[in-house]
Each structure stands twice: as C-alpha cells, then as structure tokens.
Write a protein that binds this ligand. Structure first.
Ligand code: FES
Length: 66
C-alpha cells in the first residue's frame, strides 16, 4: 500500500528501511524519501515506522532457539 504518494513509498518500503537499520523517522526518510515533499503522509508514515521499530526491537530481544 502506498503511504507517500509524492515519493511512491509503500508500507513495505518503510518496514524494509527499518529492517536495514533505520531506528528513527528521520532515518526512514533518509532511506526512502518518505514525507519529504508535501508532508500529507507524515502521520501515517511515522506511525508505521514506530510500529516497525518496536517490532524489530522485540525481535532482537527474543532468545534464539537452540
Ligand atoms: S504524500 Fe508523502 S510527502 Fe506528499
């Protein structure tokens, strides 16, 4: 699903940016260009990035099964 129409950024692009190490909205913006034009998408994009970062942190905290 497109989140940012100006820059053609999808929800998957945001999750991919977080998986590649982005831990702030600004880092997601740097990787994707999301919310760098009209700004209409910023609220939804920030929320998606925050959820993705929280998910990455939870996954990193889980013990690895032997
Ligand atoms: S819709 Fe994302 S900057 Fe315009």
């Amino acid at each position: 699903m497109y989140v940012c129409l100006c820059k053609a950024v999808t929800d998957q692009d945001i999750r991919r940016a977080v998986a590649r190490g982005a831990r702030t909205f600004e880092a997601v913006q740097a990787q994707t260009g999301c919310s760098t034009c009209c700004g209409c998408c910023e609220g939804e994009a920030r929320e998606l990035a925050e959820v993705a970062v929280a998910s990455e942190r939870r996954a990193a905290a889980l013990p690895v099964a032997a």
